[in-house]
Write a protein that binds this ligand. Structure first.
Ligand SMILES: [Zn+2]
Length: 87
């Protein structure tokens, strides 16, 4: 997949590169576990781990990453909470 950096002003003036959300989601699809590990989440690919969200107080490992790319934790009140990795 080729990413579109056309929104950038080039190297002479610093502007953070812009990638359309749709394009980065497509590029990340299927690589969620690698990306999670790259940002410091110790996902082993199975079993639950302690929730990596800093505002979640997880006393029992309750976080997991589904094959679909959805991350699920059940550490908060209100039962099952689902998060997309990318929202
Ligand atoms: Zn949580």
């Amino acid at each position: 997949m080729k990413l579109d950096f056309s929104g950038s002003n080039g190297p002479s003036s610093y502007t953070p590169p812009y990638v359309k959300t749709k394009a980065i989601k497509a590029a990340a699809k299927g690589h969620e576990a690698e990306i999670a590990r790259a940002v410091g989440i110790h996902w082993r690919g199975r079993d639950h781990i302690c929730c990596p969200y800093p505002d979640h107080d997880d006393n029992n490992p309750s976080w997991r990453l589904m094959a679909s790319g959805l991350a699920i934790c059940t550490c908060c009140e209100g039962g099952r909470i689902r998060f997309s990795m990318w929202s």
